[in-house]
Design a protein around this ligand. Structure first.
Ligand SMILES: *[C@@H]1O[C@H](CO)[C@@H](O)[C@H](O)[C@H]1NC(C)=O
Ligand SMILES: *[C@@H]1O[C@H](CO)[C@@H](O)[C@H](O)[C@H]1NC(C)=O
Ligand SMILES: *[C@@H]1O[C@H](CO)[C@@H](O)[C@H](O)[C@H]1NC(C)=O
Ligand SMILES: *[C@@H]1O[C@H](CO)[C@@H](O)[C@H](O)[C@H]1NC(C)=O
Ligand SMILES: *[C@@H]1O[C@H](CO)[C@@H](O)[C@H](O)[C@H]1NC(C)=O
Ligand SMILES: *[C@@H]1O[C@H](CO)[C@@H](O)[C@H](O)[C@H]1NC(C)=O
Ligand SMILES: *[C@@H]1O[C@H](CO)[C@@H](O)[C@H](O)[C@H]1NC(C)=O
Ligand SMILES: *[C@@H]1O[C@H](CO)[C@@H](O)[C@H](O)[C@H]1NC(C)=O
Ligand SMILES: *[C@@H]1O[C@H](CO)[C@@H](O)[C@H](O)[C@H]1NC(C)=O
Ligand SMILES: *[C@@H]1O[C@H](CO)[C@@H](O)[C@H](O)[C@H]1NC(C)=O
Ligand SMILES: *[C@@H]1O[C@H](CO)[C@@H](O)[C@H](O)[C@H]1NC(C)=O
Length: 454
């Protein structure tokens, strides 16, 4: 069997073989820190260690934050080792190589993550893993890597899913890249849009007609790296980053532990709302071992207000997205540290008994199921092992009264009486019957925990 045939045969296995790594790794959304939102390409070992040390001294480690991840730009720009074909860490940025850095991160009690791309180059233009999956997976394992963020920049032309026509040679070149002639659509079609409802159904022509994203090259590229990682004698959590273009929520669960479902976040209120709106339609795809990734946190960055920060973190936690900080931890305000370490929200995100995420039960200003990137769903609820969590989000520019009406909340009994705790401050609101009304300031989200009945 050719390698392509082998990969395609494997890809046809039933969904029952979802990725379940040993020791519960990847069962719950990852918690940690990633360099990108804080530093972009300008990284080095000292910045990673500064973050890790601050995470210890400021209580993040005790709160459950586990991974410290180097994003793009850690390697030499000019290429692989000519003899071993391995990626080479930039010696200025990582003087003792990645092994040196991962050792120090491990010594602080964290797991260590790294980045590559399913392309000829990473998004930053560094050497990437397409065609080198086996050597890279083995290299990462030998360096003590515990987590791989795998991006999708610079796919080689023959791997385009949006070829207008394509003739593939099923044999592999020495680099593992399929030879073939593709007539790509030029410019490549950007299937991604914040302004279109999901599912986005691009007019793919090849390799199959229709919208079976599991059968397409993008999913295949990500599966090739998954198999390379799985072949290593080291458990490496696999985080897919193809920006939601190819409906990764339909194949991500059989490929990795999480999948980005949208284009990149940035520290702006409008982008947070766009991603929130998009992910609000995908909550059914979340459960143990497989998570929608609404992208890394911007808490501490840009001009987000305290209220906006609570909405961002609170709804990311309730959507059970991985929670990866992306800021200079040492500069976080006391308010933002409190938000990021909120034990009720972290417990919901990390619930070992209930896997599903919260979901909207009512949109609010707009009709239910309205896809609107400035007015996402406002009323959310979700079960947890300690009770029902309800979040009410105010998109308006002024304070509004919002009511959690039990008859509308699927997890609550209409005439029930519940002990209610305000989740941000832990304020005990006492026993409440039928409904709870709260004032929610502009752009803020009230979060209430409904525990035992009264
Ligand atoms: C989609 O493609 C995959 C992989 O080729 C195949 O296993 C699956 O049956 C296809 N699904 C549908 C609905 O055709
Ligand atoms: C390594 O990083 C330094 C600092 O950013 C840079 O000046 C140098 O060009 C890089 N070397 C390689 C081989 O990419
Ligand atoms: C690999 O070989 C090429 C061509 O000889 C050379 O330009 C390049 O600098 C070498 N790269 C490394 C990392 O040694
Ligand atoms: C694929 O194309 C490359 C570059 O043209 C060539 O070197 C290689 O031999 C081809 N591989 C196969 C299997 O045809
Ligand atoms: C796999 O790793 C474990 C733990 O590091 C080690 O004890 C074992 O010998 C390794 N097995 C192989 C086949 O390398
Ligand atoms: C993903 O796979 C895991 C493990 O098989 C399963 O527990 C989970 O329910 C799946 N997620 C979804 C949304 O089907
Ligand atoms: C924050 O606000 C300042 C002043 O209005 C503006 O110059 C800056 O670009 C904003 N930063 C971000 C990240 O939006
Ligand atoms: C439930 O409450 C216990 C005790 O306070 C706490 O340790 C645990 O994290 C909570 N779990 C959830 C999912 O809220
Ligand atoms: C989004 O919803 C708001 C509130 O109903 C409305 O004013 C706005 O026009 C909607 N946007 C779009 C693009 O439909
Ligand atoms: C809130 O104010 C901003 C800035 O003035 C404006 O762009 C936005 O449309 C307003 N939103 C609502 C819901 O009124
Ligand atoms: C909880 O704390 C936030 C931020 O400190 C504050 O704005 C809010 O008024 C408090 N809410 C309640 C219900 O106490």
């Amino acid at each position: 069997m050719s390698r392509l045939a082998a990969v395609l045969a494997l890809s046809a296995l039933p969904a029952a073989l979802a990725i379940q790594l040993p020791n519960g790794i990847g069962k719950l959304p990852a918690l940690g820190w990633n360099s990108w939102n804080a530093y972009g390409c300008n990284i080095d070992e000292s910045k990673l260690l500064q973050a890790a040390n601050a995470m210890v001294s400021m209580g993040f480690k005790d709160a459950g934050y586990e991974y410290v991840i180097s994003d793009d730009c850690w390697s030499n720009l000019d290429g692989r080792d000519n003899y071993t074909h391995q990626l080479v860490a930039n010696a200025t940025k990582f003087p003792q190589g990645i092994t040196g850095t991962s050792g120090k991160i491990h010594d602080l009690g964290f797991k260590f993550g790294i980045y590559s791309s399913a392309g000829t180059k990473t998004c930053g233009g560094y050497p990437a893993s397409l065609g080198y999956e086996e050597v890279d997976a083995a290299t990462f394992a030998s360096w003590g890597v515990d987590y791989l963020k795998y991006d999708n920049c610079f796919p080689s032309e023959v791997w385009y899913d949006d070829c207008l026509s394509c003739e593939a040679d099923p044999s592999f070149s020495p680099t593992g890249i399929v030879n073939g002639s593709c007539t790509p659509s030029t410019p490549p079609v950007n299937h991604y849009s914040f302004d279109k409802p999901i599912p986005i159904c691009p007019p793919y022509k090849w390799p199959v007609d229709g919208n079976n994203y599991t059968a397409k090259y993008t999913a295949l590229k990500f599966r090739i790296m998954q198999q390379a990682l799985q072949a290593q004698n080291r458990t490496i959590l696999y985080s897919l980053c193809e920006w939601g273009v190819d409906e990764p929520w339909t194949w991500g669960n059989t490929t990795g532990s999480s999948w980005r479902m949208s284009n990149d976040i940035n520290p702006s209120w409008s982008r947070i709302l766009q991603i929130l709106n998009q992910n609000s339609f995908l909550t059914n795809y979340n459960n143990f071992w497989g998570h929608n990734d609404a992208d890394m946190l911007e808490v501490g960055n840009g001009n987000l207000t305290a209220a906006e920060t609570r909405t961002h973190f609170g709804l990311w936690a309730l959507m059970k997205t991985p929670l990866l900080m992306g800021t200079d931890v040492t500069k976080l305000s006391a308010h933002d540290v409190g938000v990021l370490q909120n034990k009720r929200l972290l417990a919901f995100n990390q619930d070992a008994v209930v896997g599903g995420s919260a979901a909207p039960y009512k949109w609010g200003v707009n009709e239910d199921w309205t896809f609107n990137s400035t007015f996402p769903a406002q009323y959310w609820s979700g079960a947890s092992s300690n009770g029902t969590m309800v979040a009410m989000f105010n998109p308006l520019n002024e304070t509004m009264k919002m009511t959690a009406l039990y008859s509308e909340i699927p997890e609550l009994e209409s005439d029930g009486c519940y002990a209610v705790t305000e989740a941000w401050n832990g304020t005990d609101l006492g026993c409440k019957e039928k409904s709870v009304e709260v004032e929610v300031e502009a752009h803020d989200t009230a979060v209430l925990l409904f525990e035992g009945k009264c």
